[in-house]
Design a protein around this ligand. Structure first.
Ligand SMILES: Cc1ncc(COP(=O)(O)O)c(C=O)c1O
Length: 507
């Protein structure tokens, strides 16, 4: 039976109208793909009888032969069925596939619909400079440069990245130890497979942490063991108890809590790695963005033999470029490069050459400065809007990155109801609890807190091992993709959605 996604045939045939408007040479192909898409998307339900080829041709104003060809092609592909005397109808097999396709969850949130963390402002992508780099690169690229690349990455990009990371992040980076890859995500996957190949069975991950990255590591066959954080970072005792000899960490700006690991904790973790022969995997996903003082240098710089360092252009340029890097301890280079080779034979040459050119000319640094200015302004707008509309809110993790943690006073809870109201007001929010590995804990140590002004500062949220549902609303709020005006408007919308039960917004 047709479900709510299904339109009647009368409405569905409008989907085929582009075929009538297409140039005669392409008309047949356009008709076939429009019909295929209408079936696949469920717009025409399984079992729906299609009009005769003569009728449809007349409706669309195309030749009957075109429709007959389309029916025959889609019947051969399994989207349609036909029999002499009964005509042509939509087959059930194609419909079942369509339903599965529709139910598949969509990864990530649509930027611009709320405060979902993870996205930079894609409108800040430097189109003009990127396209100038494209022209330059194509003009000088030898034909031989279009062959299969070195799986480690183009030498000029590895050299440019090594220089960039040394200069900006305090990484010890020999270009021979740099592997270019498709973002931090692929860096995690390559390392996961490499470690599994070396006999590792487990990898420790931060709790709270990034569920996506944990899933990537788990997919390599390792068991991801969540290790709790305290206010200084992952606790070495808990790490030792995990049984893992490798740990994935975000020491410069922990995701999502926003803390920077203390110097003492960094040294303790390196001690652990040396004593156990273990490996620390540093995810420096947004280390370039720090607003109130110089960026915290990478952990890798303290012991390049014990730390693998991963980063990408996902926050500085665009995640859609899928370009990143991994700086690996020398003893692992060959194994990781072999993984990269068997995964995809290397990243696309042109993209790599472009990024190399972009870094060498100083365009990358310019882009970072531009983003830094914009994001600081947006962070300030968010902090101000929360202070205005939700007084007493404790905002932490504001010193760096593209998101903050906001803990609203208890009077705004319970959290489930708060989130529901925000969603009804059209503002998507992500609670901190989404990033906890164990469902019985509400996560979150806190870095220096910024409390929205009020007569008395809100209590510090010391956050560890708290009972679930303690009445607070805790949010991970990404702000980089929203303009200051949109931030103010969205926070006001959430506040206005508050009645009844929420205190009125002071104006
Ligand atoms: C914790 C963390 N690491 C890394 C990344 C970036 O991953 P990638 O470089 O694969 O785009 C993200 C993206 O949101 C992230 O949240």
């Amino acid at each position: 039976m047709a479900d709510s996604r299904t339109t009647s045939w009368t409405a569905a045939w409008e989907l085929l109208l582009p075929a009538a408007a297409a140039p005669p040479r392409r008309r047949g192909r356009v008709l076939q793909s429009a019909l295929r898409e209408a079936v696949r998307s469920g717009r025409i339900a399984a079992g729906t009888r299609l009009p005769s080829s003569r009728e449809l041709a007349a409706d669309l104003g195309v030749s009957r032969g075109l429709v007959t060809d389309a029916y025959e092609q889609l019947t051969a592909e399994g989207y349609l069925s036909s029999s002499r005397g009964s005509g042509t109808w939509v087959s059930g097999a194609a419909q079942a596939a369509a339903v599965r396709e529709h139910r598949r969850p969509v990864a990530g949130g649509a930027p611009g619909t709320g405060f979902l963390p993870g996205s930079p402002d894609l409108a800040l992508f430097p189109r003009a400079a990127w396209s100038a780099a494209h022209r330059r690169v194509l003009a000088r690229l030898a034909h031989s440069g279009l062959g299969y690349p070195d799986p480690r990455g183009l030498p000029e990009l590895r050299t440019a990245v090594a220089g960039l990371l040394t200069r900006r992040r305090g990484v010890v980076a020999d270009p021979e130890c740099v592997v270019i890859c498709s973002g931090v995500a692929q860096a995690m996957t390559m390392l996961g497979f490499t470690l599994a190949g070396l006999g590792h069975r487990a990898v420790a991950v931060e709790d709270p942490g990034s569920p996506e990255h944990t899933a990537l590591l788990s997919a390599t066959g390792l068991t991801a063991v969540p290790v709790p954080l305290d206010a200084e970072g992952v606790s070495p005792a808990a790490l030792a108890a995990s049984g893992a000899r490798a740990a994935q960490l975000t020491p410069c700006h922990q995701f999502p809590s926003g803390i920077a690991y203390s110097a003492r904790r960094r040294l303790e973790l390196l001690e652990w790695a040396r004593a156990t022969g273990g490996l620390l995997v540093e995810d420096d996903y947004d280390g370039d963005f720090r607003y109130d003082r110089a960026p915290v240098g990478a952990l890798q710089g303290l012991d390049p033999a014990r730390v693998a360092y991963a980063g990408s252009v996902s926050k500085s340029l665009a995640p859609g470029l899928r370009l990143g890097w991994l700086v690996i301890p020398e003893q692992l280079v060959d194994l990781v490069v072999e993984r990269k080779r068997t995964m995809d034979l290397g990243n696309p040459t042109l993209d790599q050459a472009l990024l190399a050119d972009f870094i060498e000319r100083g365009d990358y640094d310019r882009q970072l400065r531009r983003c830094q200015r914009a994001y600081r302004e947006r962070r300030d707008a968010l902090v101000a809007a929360l202070a205005e509309h939700f007084p007493g809110t404790e905002v932490t993790g504001i010193a760096a990155g593209l998101h903050v943690i906001a803990r609203l006073p208890r009077r705004y809870g319970p959290q489930a109801r708060f989130l529901e109201r925000a969603a009804r007001a059209g503002v998507a929010l992500r609670p901190l609890a989404d990033f906890a590995h164990r469902p019985d804990r509400t996560p979150g140590p806190t870095p220096a807190a910024h409390t929205a002004p009020g007569p008395t500062p809100a209590a510090r949220d010391d956050g560890l091992a708290r009972a679930r549902d303690d009445g607070y609303v805790r949010l991970v709020m990404g702000y980089a993709h929203l303009s200051p005006a949109r931030i103010a408007q969205a926070v006001a919308l959430i506040a206005d959605a508050g009645a009844p039960g929420l205190p009125a917004t002071p104006r």
